[in-house]
Design a protein around this ligand. Sequence first.
Ligand code: CMC
Length: 427
Amino acid sequence: MENKARLIIGEKEIGLPIIEGTEGDKAIDIRALRSQTGYITYDPGLANTGVCKSSITYMDGEKGILRYRGIPIEELAENSTFVETSYLLINGRLPTQRELNAFSVMLNDHSLVHEDMRHFFENFPRRAHPMGILSSMVNALRFFYPELPDEEDEINITFARLLSKVRTMAAMSYKISRGHKVVYPRHDLSYPANFLNMMFDSPVKPYIIDQDNVKALNVFWILHADHEQNCSTAAVRLVGSARVNLYAAISAGICALWGPLHGGANQRVVEQLQEIYRQNLSPKSLVEKVKREKNFRLMGFGHRVYKTLDPRAKIMKEMAHKLVSKLPERDPLLDIAMELEDIAINDPYFRERKLYPNVDFYSGIVLRALGIPLNMFTVMFAIGRLPGWISQWKEDRDDPESRLYRPRQIYVGENLRHYVPIRERGS
Ligand code: CMC
């Protein structure tokens, strides 16, 4: 039974193959478990279940390591752009200059949104959350742009459409929600500069593009670009496994990301910090509340995989400092966040549970410094996560071992009982 895990159930012993990843991750292949023993595994939240083999992102939660296609996140944040990192994730390697130029041209060529889609935007209630609007609009893209053909070139156009149009739609939804004139994308601007311009340019006050802000937005999106099998990516793979079109799978990912335990945490972090500021509370009182109230959580803290500082949080914190130092007035939320972090990481409750700041803890301060409104924070995360979702969807589509997602359950309900006519059920 070499390279096999031995499982003994009662009198029966079986061998289950061991799989090893390129970085030494080990897994027990249980695909034959039910057919050989009648047993299934029980793993709520899939915390110990590998649902695929993937060569996109590597994470080590104990050491705080994150790499895209083998390249450390720190190196990408320092040297790359979001467009280049998107190419890396989708294609598996860094582009040559010629490939990068062609990819950028393709993104520019597909940046406009069909004019008829504007009617959709204009008819959402004014207070509709931009994440709800975005997921609906991405799903609606399918009606305006044709079904994915199988040829690789055509598929790449669909990827470019998504990457480019989602950014345009995000800025459009902001402008329309404010009752302002929509600003169209420009060919002469880079991906992040275009976004900032579409968000903030106005006929009465032209927007002056600040290169530090462009760099910051590049880094912000690079940090969010992929994170292996997180909740929204798993949603994209699960929905995609039914072989729906890409737009529908990404729309499902956006819905999952919206949740406060996932990407929606970036908005909640700032709301918590604002509450401390407005009510003049001490950060310590929030930490005490977390310990007192079982269901109350410190947003931006804790992670399913990281049991140490999230490497993205470290970069985000440095960036928050840089951007805040350029503002005409210091953002008081940064000081509150730092005090809160300091108290929490030294508190036994957080230490024992290995709860450290995650990417969302400082990302809101970065977004505030860039002038992004609070209800758009999770949309910013969604734009960043697009290349990850696309590459994971593509990997699943091309994986010969991929199957329709169909988990099992352990039924704990009523045993057989029979239908009782309503007149016999009593009052
Ligand atoms: N504040 C207070 N207690 C917490 C927190 C928190 N933020 N996170 C976990 N705990 C406690 C939890 O109550 C539990 O305690 P006990 O053992 O006494 O019952 C213990 O830590 C383990 O928690 P868990 O819920 O089993 O851990 P999980 O791996 O299922 O949850 C998490 C991961 C991210 C959902 C959770 O840490 C959380 O709710 N954090 C706040 C929301 C947040 O910041 N989300 C963003 C995640 S990073 C961005 C992304 O990729 O989405």
